[in-house]
Design a protein around this ligand. Structure first.
Ligand code: WQD
Length: 336
């Protein structure tokens, strides 16, 4: 099939494109390169021996998107493009609503104009807000605790309403838990700008000597060791989940949400210990205050994706640490 991947030069986008190409799909990438590098796509082409069509475009450029759909016969869209930094969204809510929500509305309008009504959307476990308990099912209570999360929740509602208004639309809403790691080749991976917000890239930067030590945000949570528990999922497992959702789209009736996680929770100290065991690198850390807005525990019940999509994770936390470290050591400055 001919798949348009928005945000395809990003961390999860690039790993998903690699799997799409390996499956024989043709891929068109739309990306504004605001938070990604073209190098990622070049390396995907190198790894797969196949080429992608790239268009440097912004979701706010409706004319440009219309031209793309006129030039390429697109069967389905996998929509990653969007801003994703929680802290930045608190500082710049309008920037986030315009890029994430207005951008998605623009995309859907152009898709409608070209009669393309198959969508896999990059949602997030952030739509569960600050969950009172885990594991989380797709029917768990939805809420937003920051503008970024609100954009994801709003877009989910937009897709549900769109499907109700037009039964030709079929949409899969994929709620990611904590994507980490990198392709086993170490040639593509997570390339955060500036100081990493997320745990794993911070750990790998400490391990490679780029950061002095890790601050463990909170050690008084009601968890087995007091530190925050999350559902870390290998980015390759996550990428493969998109292909399964794409294959299943024709059987969807409307918009359907799926948790993409391992179903297992790991604490911050679990991650540190596993990383040290796998890499032999010591991770100096200090126990500091909780980070505002953080949940104590958040992990998935991923049984729906297994049952309906025939998808489940294969890689372990050790694999995630090993592959994250391989990417970091082979690319100390990311794609620069
Ligand atoms: C994981 C754990 C921290 C950094 C975020 C977004 C979410 C989604 C995934 C997009 C927590 C602890 C972290 C550090 C630490 N992104 N931590 N020291 O917050 O679960 O989710 O990324 O959809 O929207 O909120 O991920 O990696 O930031 O934190 O102790 O330097 O590691 O407290 O317990 P999080 P994270």
């Amino acid at each position: 099939m001919n798949i348009l991947v928005t945000g395809g030069a990003g961390f999860i986008g690039s790993h998903t494109i690699l799997e799409l190409l390996n499956e024989g799909h043709n891929v068109v990438v739309l990306d504004n390169l605001y938070n990604s590098k073209l190098t990622a796509l070049e390396r995907v082409e190198e790894l797969t021996g196949r080429s992608v069509t790239f268009r440097e475009l912004d979701l706010l450029d409706v004319h440009g998107m219309d031209k793309l759909f006129s030039e390429h016969s697109i069967d389905s869209v996998i929509h990653f493009a969007g801003l994703k930094a929680v802290g930045e969204s608190v500082e710049k809510p309008l920037f986030y609503y315009e890029n994430n929500v207005t951008g998605t509305i623009n995309l859907c309008n152009v898709m409608n104009d070209h009669n393309v009504k198959r969508m896999v959307f990059s949602s997030s476990a952030t739509v569960y807000g600050n969950p009172a308990e885990s594991p989380l099912t797709e029917d768990s209570e939805l809420s937003a605790t920051n503008p970024y999360g609100q954009t994801k929740l709003t877009i989910e509602h937009i897709f549900r309403d769109l499907c109700r208004s037009d039964s030709d639309w079929k949409v899969s809403l994929l709620r990611y838990f904590n994507p980490v790691g990198a392709h086993e080749s170490g040639r593509i991976g997570e390339d955060p700008t500036g100081i990493p917000n997320n745990l794993m890239p911070y750990v790998t930067q400490v391990a490679v000597g780029k950061r002095a030590r890790l601050s463990v945000f909170g050690s008084d949570y009601p968890t087995h060791d007091g530190t925050g528990v999350r559902d870390y999922i290998h980015v390759t497992d996550l990428a493969k989940g998109h292909l399964k959702a794409l294959e299943h789209l024709e059987q969807e009736s409307g918009a359907e949400a799926y948790n993409l996680g391992t179903g297992n929770g790991s604490s911050v100290l679990d991650v540190i210990k596993t990383f040290e065991k796998v890499t032999g690198k010591k991770i100096p850390y200090e126990l500091t205050d909780r980070r505002p807005g953080d949940a104590a525990i958040c992990f998935a019940d991923a049984s729906k994706a297994k049952k309906r999509l025939g998808w489940e994770t294969e890689k372990t936390l050790e694999d995630m640490c090993r592959d994250a470290w391989k990417w970091q050591t082979k690319n100390p400055d990311g794609y620069n």
